[in-house]
Design a protein around this ligand. Sequence first.
Ligand code: XMP
Ligand code: MG
Length: 184
Amino acid sequence: MYEGDIASVLISEDQIRDKTAELAAAIAEKFPEGQPEGDLLLVGVLKGAIFFMTDLARALPIPTQMEFMAVSSYGSSTSSSGVVRILKDLDKDIAGRHVLIVEDIIDSGLTLSWLMRNLSTRNPASLSVVTLLRKPEATKIDVDVEWVGFDIPNEFVVGYGLDYAERYRDLPYIGTLEPHVYGG
Ligand code: XMP
Ligand code: MG
């Protein structure tokens, strides 16, 4: 699949599976089953987080519920500006719930810090974040990301939900692209 487009495999399918199990165990320790606030509510950010979200939900040994949001940040296709527009909002009220934002990747962190501010105004019982990937820039922002799968170099990556021009989301691993894909 996508022959000649992938320059390297940065994180393999096995590594993703092992890390997801590790993150799930840590999350379940903090949110054990049977809380008065109800089941942990996973909030996935479309579309990049879908594969991680569904694998994480199945790895978690606690009952969870799922909601999705779609946001678009104004800016170029490969970097965000921090100005965010909601394309699809949550279907349910999150007041009084334990909410876990599930992210694919944090780069500048601008999208996430906007999302945290937006969701916290809805008065959840708690609001925390798990991200599969984090780029170096993200460590500069003051958003508290409790669970991080992998810190990766400042390279554009695709696969496991992440796209370039809507392609490559269906790859089972995280990889980098050959320059010719970008027209280089
Ligand atoms: P910020 O900069 O606000 O942006 O943290 C996060 C969003 O930017 C996209 N993004 C990427 N998408 N490969 C991608 O496919 C990447 O390497 C990459 N880096 C950032 C992504 O939509 C993420 O939610
Ligand atoms: Mg994208």
